[in-house]
Design a protein around this ligand. Structure first.
Ligand code: CP3
Length: 354
């Protein structure tokens, strides 16, 4: 691992980009912008290439992954690409029987609820995801100086899908395990941390310039439970990729009360949803970390002048942070007008040009 880390030169091509510089809290020519879920359902060109191909099948086809990842870069002129995949891809790759149901989300055939179930969560080998290495090789060649963000689901959010068997509003079975069998819970999260760490390493070694850990549903937890039952596993993931010198982003939804702890877990950049203004988030996260966010994705349904007013508020609040990557507070909603996204990128760039 030491050698792998030393061999990775991060890199020449993307090191001077506004996105990487903002993550590292260095001066930038303009505030960089990308959008969570920028690749996918808001784009007609995405629907066209995905026609008749199941979501998880599309994730295993390097040609398709490359095309879909590049679509929002071409169209919106965003400052970074995010690798087109899903958080459940590494779980599928180790042999779990799961599917992504359109309009529903990930569904797991046999939920993970007992100690015996843990045996199905074997470590991920790079050979399990050769299509990822291949796609990232193709992508970095096309992207040149534009950084590629790799990503993975965080242990808690993955555990919720595995224990519940699908999407959940209240995470009741997940919390029942966390409170009722803390050792089983800790072992489950540790296995997921091992899988997630291996998956992020594959992406970095293939050429990803930054990584984001999505703990989308972590806002369901109180700070004490997060600190005790979740933070150690997420910290293990961040530690595993610390030697690579690529920025590590940590994002959750409804995570206002957890922002300080999410930074402590080992992130270089903390992603913030729209509920906490970035000047307040900067206080909670503390110095030494950049912030990412945090325009409410629903704002994009308002007229352009209203979008610009709200975007200006985000940029103003972000002046309190030592580095800022402009993003939405959660993913692009599927019915968003793509032209509203393109206009927003241009607005942020021209407004912040230095
Ligand atoms: O542009 C990008 O951000 C990359 C693509 C991406 C997808 N999933 C593609 C996808 C990313 C980063 C993800 C991560 C992901 N997947 C998260 C974390 C981000 C977040 O939104 O909080 C989560 C929680 C999942 C689980 C998941 N997968 C959900 C909730 C859904 C949507 C279900 C639905 O149909 O409403 C999926 C499916 C999914 N992942 C789609 C896409 C483009 C839609 C499926 C399709 O197009 O057929």
């Amino acid at each position: 691992d030491e050698r792998a880390a030393a061999d990775h030169r991060p890199t020449s091509a993307t090191r001077g980009s506004a996105f990487i510089r903002a993550c590292r809290r260095e001066p930038v020519p303009h505030t960089p912008v990308w959008f969570m879920r920028q690749a996918g359902r808001s784009l007609p060109e995405y629907h066209k290439v995905r026609e008749g191909i199941a979501m998880l099948d599309s994730c295993m086809r390097p040609d398709l992954v490359t095309e879909i990842t590049l679509q929002p870069v071409r169209r919106h002129k965003v400052d970074a690409a995010i690798y087109f995949s899903d958080i459940v891809v590494p779980l599928k790759a180790i042999g779990l029987d799961l599917d992504i149901k359109p309009g529903v989300g990930p569904v797991v055939a046999e939920p993970v609820r007992t100690r015996a179930d843990l045996d199905r969560l074997r470590p991920l080998e790079p050979d399990d995801v050769r299509y990822v290495t291949e796609a990232i090789g193709m992508l970095t060649a096309e992207l040149g100086a534009t950084p590629l963000i790799g990503f993975a689901g965080a242990p808690f959010t993955l555990a919720s899908y595995l224990v519940e068997g699908g999407p959940s509003r209240n995470h009741e079975r997940t919390k029942a395990m966390m409170y009722g069998d803390p050792q089983l819970w800790a072992d489950l999260l540790d296995r997921l941390a091992v899988i997630t760490s291996a998956f992020l390493k594959v992406q970095i070694e293939a050429g990803a310039s930054a990584v984001q850990l999505f703990d989308s549903w972590v806002g369901a937890l109180a700070p004490d439970d997060y600190r005790r039952s979740v933070l150690p596993a997420s910290a293990k993931v961040f530690d595993a990729v610390a030697g690579y010198d690529v920025p590590r982003i940590h994002f959750g939804v409804g995570s206002g009360e957890l922002l300080g702890l999410m930074g402590e877990a080992g992130a270089d950049v903390v992603g913030v949803d729209w509920r906490v203004p970035l000047n307040e988030a900067a206080k909670r996260v503390g110095p030494g970390k950049a912030l990412q966010g945090n325009l409410d994705p629903a704002v994009l349904f308002a007229p352009r002048t209203a979008v610009e007013t709200k975007a200006r508020e985000v940029l103003h609040a972000a002046q309190a942070a030592p580095g800022h990557v402009f993003n939405l507070g959660h993913g692009v909603l599927p019915t968003t007008d793509p032209d509203a996204l393109t206009a927003l990128v241009e607005f942020v760039h021209t407004t912040t040009e230095r």
